[in-house]
Design a protein around this ligand. Structure first.
Ligand SMILES: *Cc1c(COP(=O)(O)O)cnc(C)c1O
Length: 409
């Protein structure tokens, strides 16, 4: 089954009872069982069944199965948000005193989370660039995971998933990849050797910006050394499901950051058109990047699809000639950046990406306002920078909108 077909037919077919084509919303907190014996078995784990929506739910499960299928994973756990997914994905394997090695081109929320984790004794070290050697230099006997983004948001640098997976496996630790910006339409990190993938489904998977959600997908292939990851040992009986079993029965259940069935439904509806939306967003972003690159009032344009992007060749090969819907531009001054944002008609000025609509934001004064100058620059954020999440409008209208707004500067 090919990608666009999987979006509609993968791991779910029409409701057996009624023939309903969309997944029913099981808006129920708990699920009743006929006998006390049955419920005892489900609680014990010797029989499968739905218990309570904080643990599992049929609508949420349909989303988990479909995304796991698209990402070529063994299974998935859907969470209340992308941040919940990242928190749970790393905390599932880390203990106080241990470390994460991370890319420096990191989403602001994740950087903030890794800073918060210091109060629980977890240290994060940031690779100075995205070369494999920079990650290798920081891995020590306390490191328990390497964390990267496929395309850094908003640095837009591209990591080599296959090479980093080789490195982390040599060092006995998993590679965790945030695939929010590229989605499985551009790349399936697990197929390239990564071990765990996370998404903020709030972005391209949902697609229309109507609900917050996240998901953790596991390949089931990493061979966990229980001496190094002792908290996984008691779940060893679940075989390849060890990571997912610990997650669902452990922190996911106890943190309570579950996805609501209604939001799972909205994500499932959005997911059906992921391929079409990504194809259009990638095309539009390429058109807009080319247009802005040749505009006298725009400084540098950062888009992995441009020939002069430092990671262009890597992106071309890894994402099969597609480069995503995000680009950034530098306007020379903060004033010019603000003027451009204020004069755009279609592009909405807000803190989100991956919507059907084109979105813009000035990251330095918003998402990254609390960071120091050095931190900002490490994450690719400058005072004159605008991030653009290109939507699925007609590209001619987008270029006209930018042309009009730029003429007022
Ligand atoms: C938005 C985003 C997140 C966080 O997701 P939420 O759903 O907002 O919690 C994580 N990673 C990336 C790359 C994002 O863009």
């Amino acid at each position: 089954m090919r990608f666009n077909t999987s979006l509609l037919h993968g791991e779910y077919s029409a409701d057996q009872g009624t023939g309903a084509t969309t997944v029913p919303i099981y808006q129920s907190s708990a699920f009743a069982h006929k006998t006390a014996e049955e419920l005892e078995k489900i609680f014990k784990g010797s029989e499968f069944g739905y218990l309570y929506t904080r643990l599992n739910n049929p609508t949420v499960e349909a989303l988990e199965k479909r995304v796991a299928h698209l990402e070529k994973g063994l299974g998935a756990v859907a969470c209340a948000s992308g941040m919940a997914a990242i928190t749970l994905a790393v905390m599932n394997i880390l203990q106080s005193g241990e470390e994460i090695v991370s890319t420096s081109g990191l989403f602001g929320g994740t950087f903030s989370l890794f800073t918060q984790l210091e109060q629980f004794g977890v240290t994060t070290r940031y690779a100075k660039n995205n070369k494999v050697q920079s990650f290798n230099d920081l891995i020590n006997d306390k490191t328990r995971a390497v964390y990267i983004e496929t395309i850094g948001n908003p640095k837009l640098d591209v990591s080599d998933i296959g090479k980093l997976a080789e490195l982390t496996h040599q060092r006995g630790i998993p590679l965790i990849v945030d695939n929010t910006v590229t989605t499985p339409y551009l790349v399936q990190p697990l197929a390239q050797g990564a071990d765990i993938v996370i998404h903020s489904t709030s972005k391209y998977i949902n697609g229309s910006g109507n609900s917050i959600g996240g998901i953790v997908i596991d390949s089931g292939k990493f061979s966990w050394d229980f001496a190094k990851f002792p908290t996984l040992r008691e779940y060893g009986k679940f075989g390849p499901f060890v990571y997912l079993a610990k997650l669902r029965k452990g922190l996911f259940k106890d943190f309570g950051a579950c996805l609501s069935p209604f939001n799972a439904y909205l994500n499932l509806i959005g997911l059906e058109t992921l391929g079409l939306r990504m194809e259009r967003a990638c095309y539009n972003a390429g058109q807009l990047a080319g247009y802005l690159q040749n505009h006298a009032k725009v400084g540098t344009v950062n888009y992995p699809g441009l020939d002069d992007h430092p990671d262009h060749t890597k992106a071309k090969q890894q994402f099969l000639g597609r480069y995503g819907g995000l680009l950034t531009i530098r306007m020379g001054t903060k004033e010019n950046a603000f003027k451009l944002i204020n004069n755009l008609k279609y592009a909405a000025n807000l803190a989100n990406i991956g919507d059907t609509r084109t979105l813009v934001i000035h990251p330095a004064s918003t998402i990254y306002a609390a960071n120091t100058l050095t931190e900002k620059e490490a994450m690719g954020v400058y005072e004159d920078l605008i991030r653009i999440s290109v939507g699925i409008e007609d590209s001619e209208d987008l270029m006209e909108d930018f042309s009009r707004a730029l003429s007022k500067i």
